[in-house]
Structure formats: structure tokens, C-alpha cells
Design a protein around this ligand. Sequence first.
Ligand SMILES: Cc1cc2nc3c(=O)[nH]c(=O)nc-3n(C[C@H](O)[C@H](O)[C@H](O)COP(=O)(O)O)c2cc1C
Length: 306
Amino acid sequence: MISSCKIFSAPLQGFTTHIWRNAHARIFGGIDAYYSPFMRIEHGNFLNRDINDVKPENNQGITFTPQILACNPVDALHMVQHLKENAYTHININLGCPFPPIALKHKGSGMLPYPQEVSALFQALKSVEGISYSVKMRLGWQDDDDWRNILPLMDLLSPTHIIVHPCIGKDQYKGNLNHDAFTEMVKVSHYPLIYNGNIQSMRDIEEITRQYPSIQGVMIGRALASDPALLCPEKATPDNYRKLHNLIYSHYAATLDGGEHQVLKKMQSFWEMYLLHADRKCRKAIKKATSIAKYEAALESLFNTL
Ligand SMILES: Cc1cc2nc3c(=O)[nH]c(=O)nc-3n(C[C@H](O)[C@H](O)[C@H](O)COP(=O)(O)O)c2cc1C
């Protein structure tokens, strides 16, 4: 069952950067496609870090899909044009972000209660020649029935697939997943679905594909960020975990110009998601380190306990 099921790496803003994607593919692998965290337009401009993250030269040798988040056709077309100029032919549309400052501006999952806005967005996107789309969505913002008004609009976009995280935006990452709604979606969708949400293991993938045999694949976020060897247990060695860490660490050390403190803060935020199964005391020491020397000492202890 698993062999026919595609496995996608979920976008995690601030974590699954091109550095992580390349490191993961090189050391661990097992992913059919990596999705970038969303790019967005702020005050009429792209963010440099978004532009850098989707540069084709930063994503070579991996199957990679850039994602955009927009609340209006103008911004969306601006991003699509940029990606098209960079030779991308497939783009993912974010209708799932639950972060209130974003959702309250009718972006991400905050657009789901407004079918007219989704319709305008899809029509504009479809007008661009040579680009195909996929959509990543939740069931709704506050109401887990919003999707019922959105699914019929998919014909305006003809997405290659729809990635569904079956919960509402208001619940952020805490609420229950609504399997009844996903089951219904599987029945009525004209487009292939990808299941996303709380997959923790190969066994979970087997269970999901058994439960929903017609889905095209699954997408995994936090569990893969925590354990990059989730799909290849034979590669779960301290050496490989260290290698991935070191590629991220050396990138920040070489590119951040705010000195040791900035590198330390970046790495501590990386550990918010990395190796959650590792020794609790060592993880705490890493998060509390006040200097790079203390950080590196805590790191040594952690890798020695793996
Ligand atoms: C810190 C964080 C950042 C995220 N950033 C994005 C993003 O940029 N784009 C997106 O579509 N989803 C984003 N997500 C949602 C994930 O892609 C995924 O849908 C969600 O975590 C559920 O999957 P999981 O249970 O396997 O983690 C983010 C989630 C987290 C926790």
C-alpha cells in the first residue's frame, strides 16, 4: 500500500528552508516532493529570504514545489510571475495558514469563509499560461463546513491535487482532526487528495492509506522535522542526525551577520522542533545555553546520548 502512496514534506515556516530540504534529501531522503514555506508580499514587496529560498539554484536535485500565500489576485499574480520567470511550472496555493494576524486578513485558512474571494483568486491564477497548481487547505477557519463551499470552486483552478489538513484554522495545531469530514471530501472531490496531519510514523502512514485507499499520498510536517529518519529507520544514526544539524549550523554561522548571539538564537529555535525524542535534560541545556561554547558542549552531550 505504502509503495503507491506519495510522501510529501510539509512546509514549516522558519524550519524547512532550502538548507534543511537539501540536507534532508542528501542525508535521509525518502521524500517524493518538498514544499516550501509560503512566500508572501509585504507592503508591495517580496521578502529577500523568500526569494532566496525558492531560487532554482538553491533547490537543485530535489523535487520541489514553491508555495504562495495571498489574499488578492494582484499579489498572487506578482508571485506567480516571479516563479514563472524562475522556470517553475507548478505552484502550491496556501489556504491553510491558521496564524491569526494572517488569517484575519483573509489569507490562508482565513480565506475559506469567503468563497467569492477564493473564486477571484482562482480565476486570476488560472489565467497564467504554463502553470499548474495544487492547493493546501484546512476544512475551514472557524467552521469545519467551509470546505463545502470551496470544493466546487476547484473547477476554476483544476488543481493537480489538494492537500487537506482536516481541522479548522481557529484550532491552530491543537484541535482534533475531523476524519468524518475528510471521508466525505474523499467521496466528493474530483481531484486527488493528499492527507496531512499528525502523522508520526510509518505505521500511521499505513493506517491512513488503509483507511483512505484512494488518496494520492500523505504529507508530513512536524514528525519529519523532529525525526528526519522517520521514513528510513536504518539511517537513524547519531552521525546522520549530527550531519544534518551541522549543515544548518554552518550555514547560519556563515551567513548571519548579527554575530554569535544571532546564530545561537537561530539554532535554539531549530531545536524547538529537532529531535524531540532526544534526552530531555540535554535539550533543555541546548535551549538555555547563553554562549556558543555552552551550546556546543550541550550538543556534544546530546549526540552522545543518542
Ligand atoms: C511552525 C510551523 C510552520 C508552518 N508553516 C507552514 C507554511 O509555511 N505553509 C503551510 O502550508 N503550512 C505550514 N505549516 C503547517 C504544516 O505544513 C502542516 O500542515 C501541519 O503542521 C500539520 O501537519 P503535521 O501534523 O504533519 O505537522 C506550518 C506548521 C508549523 C507547526
